[in-house]
Unconditional design. Structure first.
Length: 303
C-alpha cells in the first residue's frame, strides 16, 4: 500500500448535479467550507455547463470564486466545451476536467457528440488553455469499464482516448466507472496496462458503488499504483445518462478504510461525518454512506 493517497472530493459537482432541486449557493458554500475544515484540499467545486441545460450550476462563477478564497485548496471544475473553459478561467479556476465517454452511444447521450468529435474539441480546449499561465487539463474517461448502452467496453477504446490525450500533452487521466460495473481484476488490468504503455501519465480513478465494488476497486487501484481517487461526501452522485447508476464511492467510507489501513489522506474523519450530517440536513437525506449511517444513528442532531 502507498503511504498516502489523495482523495478528490467531487460531491459539490458530481454529487449535487443529481439532486432534484436547485441548491442555494449559500448551502453549497457551507458544504465546501465544511469539507475544507475537515482537511479536504482537492475538490471539484462546480461545473461550467450551460445554465439552461443544468440550472443547478447557474451559480458556477460565484461558487468558484468563493472556493478559491480558501487557502491551499486546489479547486477544480468540469468544463464541457470552449465556452465552459472561458468561464472557468474568468472565475479564476486553473484546474479543469474534460469528460469524454469511451463509447459513441454514451458520449452522444451525454454531450451530443461522437468520441472523435469530443477528442477534436479536447484539442481546442488544450490549445486555449496553453495561453493561460498555470492552467491544467485532466481528461476524464466516462464508462471506461462498462456502458449502459453498449455493454462491455474494450480496453482498446479507453487506450485510444489516452493515446490522443497524451499526444495533446495531457498527463492526468481519470478512469471513470460511471455505472459501477467494474471488478477489482478489471481495474487492476486497466491500470497496469495503461501505466506500462503510457508511463508518463498520472492515472486517477473515479469510482461508483452501484454494485458494492467501490472500495474493493480502490484497493485494486492502489495495488496497481494509483494514488488519486475521486469520492463524494455521503456517497452522493450518479449520472443522468446512465440509468440505474448510483452514487460515487463515499468520501467518509473511503477515508475510514484508508486511515484504518495506515494510509494517510490528510482528512479528519469526524469532520467528514459532520459534513455528511450537514448534507443530510440541508441538501438530501438520501446518502448511502455506511460510515455516515452509523454516525447519524449514534449522534442525534442537536436541532
Amino acid at each position: 500500500m502507498p503511504p498516502a493517497v489523495t482523495i478528490v472530493e467531487v460531491g459539490p459537482r458530481d454529487g449535487f448535479q443529481l439532486v432534484g432541486r436547485v441548491i442555494p449557493t449559500a448551502t453549497k458554500l457551507r458544504v465546501i467550507r465544511s469539507l475544507y475544515d475537515a482537511g479536504v484540499r482537492d475538490m471539484e467545486v462546480t461545473s461550467f455547463v450551460s445554465p439552461k441545460a443544468v440550472p443547478q450550476f447557474a451559480d458556477a462563477d460565484d461558487v468558484a470564486r468563493e472556493a478559491l478564497r480558501l487557502p491551499g485548496l486546489r479547486a477544480s471544475a468540469l468544463v464541457p466545451n470552449l465556452r465552459g473553459l472561458e468561464r472557468a478561467l474568468a472565475a479564476g479556476i486553473r484546474a479543469v476536467t474534460v469528460v469524454i465517454g469511451a463509447t459513441d452511444a454514451f458520449n452522444t447521450a451525454n454531450v451530443r457528440m461522437t468520441v472523435s468529435r469530443s477528442l477534436d474539441q479536447l484539442a481546442a480546449i488544450v490549445e486555449a488553455a496553453r495561453a493561460v499561465s498555470g492552467a491544467s487539463i485532466e481528461a476524464g474517461i466516462a464508462v471506461a469499464f462498462g456502458c449502459p448502452y453498449s455493454g462491455s467496453v474494450p480496453l482498446a477504446a479507453v487506450e485510444a482516448i489516452v493515446e490522443r490525450a497524451v499526444a495533446l500533452g495531457i498527463t492526468s487521466v481519470s478512469l471513470g466507472d460511471t455505472i459501477g460495473v467494474a471488478t477489482p481484476t478489471q481495474v487492476a488490468d486497466a491500470v497496469t496496462r495503461l501505466t506500462r504503455v503510457y508511463p508518463g501519465v498520472h492515472l486517477a480513478l473515479h469510482l461508483h458503488d452501484t454494485r458494492g465494488m467501490g472500495l474493493a476497486n480502490v484497493l485494486a487501484g492502489m495495488d496497481a499504483g494509483v494514488t488519486v481517487f475521486d469520492a463524494a461526501i455521503g456517497g452522493l452522485g450518479g449520472c443522468p445518462f446512465a440509468p440505474g447508476a448510483t452514487g460515487n464511492i463515499a468520501t467518509d467510507d473511503t477515508n475510514h478504510m484508508l486511515r484504518g489501513m495506515g494510509v494517510e489522506t490528510g482528512i479528519d474523519q469526524d469532520g467528514l461525518l459532520a459534513t455528511g450530517r450537514l448534507v443530510a440536513e440541508t441538501v438530501t437525506p438520501d446518502l448511502p454512506s455506511h460510515a455516515l449511517r452509523v454516525y447519524l444513528s449514534r449522534t442525534p442532531s442537536a436541532s
